[in-house]
Design a protein. Structure first.
Length: 247
């Protein structure tokens, strides 16, 4: 490519960039802030229940224009966010209350926006975020193990722990009914903590269940760990030929 063509191409690119800047400036002048108030809300770190917890924050914005405002649309950026936005118009200086719901389904950072569109063409964007942390950081897979009396290698399951540290946790303490035996391997770090994504460290440990017989008084056991609520696990008993491996 000749120097002349390169010069022309650079000139065109600079012109496009300048045009884009002018458009953005004019847009901000014509469609500048139409309301005052806090447009961003963070719930911080929030304890959540399984399978999900819905958090609600009400934005309170003041109409700072010289005319009435009426919302025509309020568009969330993802399915985790909903809003029951007001349909009536708001006079100059009046407060607009907009409730926004954020659903947290995992122990992670979740952020979302709601684009507010007014009948005059003015636009504002609300931002909302929160970091979920399950109140019960323990989970077992399968959630309801099936146990087989006298199976040679028993039944296996995996215990999952959301932990606040990459250091190995201590082994759980188990309260079991008579006739049920549970053995553990060692904790394995499956996923390291990620502060950018707001995710905790994930540790897993393999479990092995064996039954002396089908006659167990109580078909549940309790897993105890320091810093976590007790996890009660229910199981069922099924007959199987001796020596059958159940993983």
């Amino acid at each position: 490519m000749s120097k002349k063509k390169v010069h022309i191409l650079l000139t065109v690119c600079i012109g496009l960039v300048f045009f884009a800047v002018v458009v953005l400036v004019m847009y901000s002048i014509l469609f500048g802030a139409s309301v005052s108030g806090k447009l961003h809300h963070s719930f911080g770190v929030v304890p959540i229940e399984r399978p999900a917890t819905v958090l609600t924050h009400t934005f309170r914005l003041v109409n700072t224009t010289d005319h009435e405002l009426q919302l025509t649309r309020a568009v969330p950026s993802c399915g985790c966010t909903t809003t029951d936005w007001p349909k009536e118009s708001f006079a100059v200086g009046e407060v607009i209350e907009i409730p926004v719901n954020l659903t947290l389904r995992r122990s992670q950072l979740r952020s979302s926006t709601v684009r507010l569109e007014f009948d005059t063409g003015e636009v504002e964007v609300l931002r909302i975020e929160g970091i979920g942390r399950f109140i019960q950081p323990l989970a077992i897979m399968p959630p309801a193990p099936i146990l087989y009396p006298n199976a040679a290698q028993g039944t296996r399951a995996v215990l999952r722990l959301e932990w606040t540290s990459n250091q190995r946790p201590t082994k759980p303490i188990i309260a079991t009914p008579k006739g049920l035996h549970i053995e553990f391997d060692t904790w394995t770090l499956s996923t390291e903590e990620n502060s950018n994504k707001g995710t905790p460290a994930i540790w897993t440990i393999r479990m092995r269940f064996t039954l002396d017989s089908a006659e167990v008084a109580q078909q549940e056991f309790t897993i105890k760990m320091e810093g976590a609520p007790d996890l009660v696990v229910f199981f069922t008993i099924s007959e199987a030929p001796p020596g059958t491996i159940r993983d």
